[in-house]
Design a protein around this ligand. Sequence first.
Ligand code: HEC
Ligand code: HEC
Length: 187
Amino acid sequence: MRTSLVWKAVIVALGMGVLFVGCGDSKGEKQAESAKMQGVDETQLGLRSAPLEGESVKLVDYTFTTKAAGESEKIERSFENAPPLIPHDIEGMLPITQQDNMCLSCHDREVAEGVGATPVPASHIYDLRTMKKAASSIADARYNCTQCHVPQAQTKPLVENTFSPEFSDQSQKHQSNLLEVLNQGVK
Ligand code: HEC
Ligand code: HEC
């Protein structure tokens, strides 16, 4: 009687162990395992068609514009109210820190016109959490410009993009009005 209880305890403990090990097996491991079983090689998982680790990874040739701010040409918006791409060189302007935001030295609404830069739009001086005008000349959530605005690299896309935007008004190809239309279709 006593021994059979001990055995029962051992069997239960073993069962839990198996369960535990089963839970520990992460989803990623399982996917990799099943990919292996179906014969999918690591090189077939990405668009590069190359192993993702080691020296075989070669970065494609790419360049960014070297035209200085004030000498570049604005790029058409990717779609209506998309964050515009940075058309000029940003070498030496990063990182943006709490003390230093070079972008604002030209794009702040107070100075932009004077230097021929597009002023930050109304949405950037508005706090969408409190629904109030921001206390400073830029809302905190918009301080880190390069989180949303990026320069365009001249490179061949890995996958052809067939998207073509439709603008409600042709002027929207070069300007934005997100704050004005934020509630469009909601009310
Ligand atoms: C020395 C002034 C200056 C600085 C600094 C500067 N810009 Fe500009 N920016 C301009 C000017 C001027 C233009 C208009 C294009 C031109 O004339 O080169 C422009 C254009 C842009 C545009 C495109 C606007 C549109 O209407 O399509 C974006 C986005 C932009 N800048 C973002 C940035 C960001 C982000 C930074 C900081 C990393 C920055 N800029 C720093 C002057 C500046
Ligand atoms: C959270 C994302 C985000 C951040 C951060 C951000 N922007 Fe924008 N920006 C946008 C989007 C989206 C638009 C277009 C829609 C709109 O807001 O009107 C835009 C539009 C602009 C425009 C075009 C204005 C116009 O009238 O056409 C300029 C210039 C610009 N941003 C500059 C900046 C600068 C400079 C900073 C940093 C101080 C910054 N942005 C930070 C998302 C962002």
